[in-house]
Design a protein around this ligand. Structure first.
Ligand SMILES: [Zn+2]
Length: 874
């Protein structure tokens, strides 16, 4: 081990690039041809094996979609006659992603180092004699070759060459991401992989659908390497651990932290070391599969980007401007060699660790601790048992828990491996595992000191104070010390609830505190929850606890994915005006007026609307309530119907009504009011057109409540070309790329962008008193970038301050009609129509883990809280 450390340190010393003194040339640097297609790489692999028959052999681990052999070289003493897998193995894997050329150079240079150094370099010789090293420089040969084809866009191809649409050519919509196609947690959600064949992270039609995936997995299971590095580019990150759920660790993280590092230090200088789940989520990825199905530890080494390499030496020919993208590493031997050297010490340390992965050889000079206890300071066990946990090296055997109560005699109890909870745990535990035992015999007021022992070794100690056991089954987690809900909980059949003031006490420990309750009522109010508390509550839910998260800010903190994937919130909308809550679904029959402070309340869109429960049962979410007075931006603000036009390109869609004001005077201030919600990002606008029937006196009306603007709509010049009728209200400025808010017959007032929910709009019709006027709510568009459309509801005509008519759009458009485009515009593809919700939002959602409620239950009258809470808690 000492020998290896010395050589690794020597390799680090090679890192600084020699810098020249010449000025940077003005012309783009010439590619040197270092990167080569698969044919040349494959020929080299066969040649290496032929030239070193004593220590190397080449084999095909399988074939690609297009029939190419996926070649790997094994290097070990007597390679041909020693059975594969006979010695502790290390796998170096490159180019799962076609465009990441630098990874191929990494793996083939490692191979070259081992075959040429054998017999002369002591470290190399020792590793070849005692372990076996597998070099698989191109895991995706078809895709890799395609990136050399020169076809449009081919250089940045990532996936394999599966012809998804069967049209005989490769293009957008083809290919499967080989790093999302494996079976472990395949397709868990659509964030860590995509169901869309056009996306770079397309996971394929089924787990292990691709021959390249099958080949790699079969190889891993057959040879069972003890270590592996999956080289990628260009995030400059070393990653390990579970990837499928955000902010999630696992027992083996202990050894990866020694091998690869963490936030305090990285085994590849210049790169960041982190848990996969802290970087981004991925499912069906090769690391999860290797570890949890094939039994092979794997670290992902994301190598340098083109920009970093091109910027590394200001005096050389390369500058970041020469990079077509982060993946197009400079085709320059000196920079490629420097990047290889930067990653080399880590790569060698992985091979050196194969003999005993649990105790890795660390370029950071770290050791993986045999024990990592889970400490806490407070136990709510009372005189009952308290569960304690430790992550321990499996080779030491199952640890025992030892403890003293108030400094008394040492007692012992057995532990057993924690199998995991309802969603996570019990994985990524090849060499370390979490063990749990129970401390008994303590009482409230005692202090208990705890440690763990195995094979004659002891862990560090921790001490906790025992408080009285909970008098009830429910803990109220509150930002401030509110006790308002405990009485309601008693009335709901959950007496003795206690309050944990998060602001004062921090996150409650899942084992010391939360495990002693059945329910957590988490009243967040209008403050987003902190991550530590969210993770503690997630652990609680994972182990069977029921969570009710309530408050206007209930969806405001989702860095961990808890609110999304456990409580079912796909998106949320916070607004004011809710006057009552009516339970539906699991809460049918509950509810009441929402009183209390000028309360914002929140509506939720269920994740099952996006990830249907039939395909994603793990996220099954049901709506459980509505508000009176607050509706989601895409559902009727009153009743169950509304008028709606969906966003589309090149629209000029009118919702038109003729108002007869012949017997009305201006002093009676006739007014048309309605609720409006719009969401129309792009070159488009919403306006309120008016003219006297039969006359060309068109103008737009401003919103008497002030929402409209006389600013010309975005892309006005283009809108005018598409819809020349707009010259009634708008005119091009002399320079031709802006608009003035006046036109041939009228002036401009309009809306653009997003309304952020429903707002009341009022049009003053006084100027049409004594005659008739045709009024339109008009959606006009050139190109729509995003957005859903324009919605109107609850239209009222008021004369003299009194309602003359009202329209709820419950079953039809009433006195309104949908009208097509004016002369000069092309035809519409959508139109105003009576509609139900475009998307239905809910004031509460329920899932297998509990519920989320968009307001504080304390805002309900006291007698209405208990029935609601009784339904939500176990
Ligand atoms: Zn990659």
């Amino acid at each position: 081990m000492l020998v290896i450390h010395r050589i690794l340190t020597a390799a680090v010393a090679l890192l600084p690039l020699t810098t020249g003194t010449t000025a940077a040339p003005e012309r783009a640097p010439e590619p040197q041809g270092v990167f080569r297609p698969y044919g040349a790489i494959a020929a080299e692999l066969r040649q290496v094996a032929a030239e070193h028959p004593d220590i190397a052999k080449v084999e095909s681990i399988g074939r690609t979609v297009q029939g190419r052999d996926i070649l790997a070289v094994k290097v070990t003493r007597a390679a041909a006659t020693t059975p594969d897998g006979a010695r502790p193995g290390t796998l170096y894997l490159g180019a799962q992603h076609a465009r990441e050329w630098i990874t191929v150079e990494m793996v083939r240079r490692l191979l070259d180092r081992f075959v040429t150094g054998y017999g002369s370099d002591p470290q190399t010789t020792a590793l070849v004699n005692s372990t076996e090293l597998w070099f698989l420089p191109v895991a995706n040969p078809d895709g890799y070759d395609y990136t050399f084809s020169g076809a449009p866009g081919a250089r940045l191809w990532r996936k394999n060459l599966r012809d998804n649409n069967g049209d005989g050519t490769i293009g957008t919509g083809d290919g499967v991401d080989l790093n999302r196609n494996a079976g472990f947690r395949w397709g868990w959600d659509d964030e860590g992989s995509s169901p869309d064949p056009a996306r770079d992270t397309y996971r394929g039609p089924a787990p292990d659908s691709e021959p390249e995936t099958v080949a790699l997995n079969a190889f891993e299971r057959r040879v069972k390497p003890r270590e592996s590095v999956n080289f990628h580019a260009a995030a400059e990150t070393l990653m390990y651990g579970p990837g499928w759920q955000s902010t999630t660790g696992a027992p083996d993280d202990v050894m990866y932290r020694a091998l690869a590092g963490d936030a305090t230090g990285s085994a590849v200088p210049g790169s960041t070391a982190t848990r996969l789940s802290d970087y981004a989520t991925s499912n069906g990825d090769s690391a999860g599969q290797a570890i949890n199905v094939d039994g092979v530890p794997m670290v992902v080494d994301e190598m340098a980007s083109c920009y970093t390499a091109a910027d590394s030496d200001p005096a050389d020919a390369w500058s970041p401007d020469d990079c077509g993208s982060e993946f197009e590493f400079p085709d320059d031997e000196r920079l490629i060699a420097a990047e290889y050297r930067r990653n080399l010490p880590f790569a060698l340390s992985v091979a050196a660790s194969a003999a005993d992965p649990a105790r890795p050889v660390s370029v950071l000079h770290r050791s993986a601790p045999a024990f990592t206890p889970h400490p806490f300071t407070t136990s709510a066990a009372g005189s009952g048992p308290q569960t304690v946990a430790v992550v321990a090296r499996k080779s030491l055997g199952t640890p025992v828990v030892r403890y003293t109560i108030n400094g008394g005699p040492v007692r012992s109890a057995s532990t057993s491996p924690w199998p995991g909870g309802r969603v996570y745990g019990g994985t990524d535990n090849l060499y370390y595992d979490e063990y749990r035992g129970r401390v008994t015999g303590a009482r409230a007021g005692d202090r208990v000191e705890v440690w763990f022992s195995a094979s004659g070794q002891d862990s560090s100690h921790f001490t906790y104070a025992v408080t009285a056991a909970p008098a009830g089954d429910t803990l109220v987690l509150a930002a401030a010390g509110s006790t308002e809900l405990t009485g309601s909980l008693a009335a709901a059949g959950h007496p003795g609830a206690q309050v944990w003031d998060v602001a004062a006490r921090g996150a409650p420990d899942p084992l010391g505190v939360l495990a002693h309750y059945e329910n957590v009522l988490w009243a967040v109010g209008d403050q987003a929850a902190d991550t530590a508390t969210t993770l503690a509550v997630r652990d609680f839910a994972n182990e069977g606890g029921t969570v009710l998260k309530a408050g206007a800010a209930a969806a405001d903190d989702d860095s961990t994915g808890f609110t999304r994937y456990w409580l079912g919130v796909d998106s949320s909308f916070t607004g004011t005006g809710a006057t009552a809550f009516t339970g539906t679904g699991a809460l049918a029959g509950t509810g009441g007026p929402v009183t209390g402070p000028p309360a914002a309340a929140t509506l939720f869109d269920a994740i099952s609307d996006t990830l249907p429960a039939a395909r994603y049962p793990q996220f099954a979410t049901r709506p459980a309530g509505t508000y009176t007075g607050l509706a989601g931006p895409l559902e009727p603000v009153a009743g169950s119907g509304m008028a709606a036009v969906r966003a589309a390109d090149h629209e000029y869609a009118r919702l038109t009504r003729t108002v007869d004001l012949t017997g009305v005077t201006a002093a009676q201030r006739p007014e048309l009011t309605f609720a409006l919600s719009y969401d129309t990002v792009g070159r488009n606008a919403v306006m309120f057109e008016a003219h006297t029937p039969g006359h060309d006196d068109w103008t737009t009306l401003p919103d008497a409540l002030g929402a409209t603007s006389s600013d010309a709509p975005p892309g006005c010049d283009s809108l005018l070309t598409r819809h020349p009728f707009l010259t009634h209200y708008l005119s091009l400025t002399p320079d031709g790329d802006d608009c003035a808010p006046t036109g041939s017959t009228g002036t401009w007032a309009g809306l653009a962008g997003e309304s952020g929910g429903w707002h009341r709009t009022a049009l003053d019709l006084s100027r049409y008193a004594g005659t008739k006027v045709e009024v339109s709510i008009t959606y006009v568009s050139d190109v729509t970038l995003l957005g859903t459309g324009v919605l109107a509801d609850d239209a009222r005509l008021e004369i003299g301050g009194k309602p003359a008519s009202s329209t709820g759009f419950e079953t039809d458009l009433g006195p309104f009609a949908a009208a097509g485009p004016p002369p000069g515009s092309a035809g519409n593809t959508t139109a105003w129509a009576q509609s139900a919700a475009l998307r239905r939002s809910a004031a509460a959602l329920t899932t297998a883990y509990g519920a989320v409620l968009g307001f504080d239950p304390a805002a309900l009258p006291a007698d209405r809280r208990a029935p609601l809470l009784a339904r939500l808690l176990r």
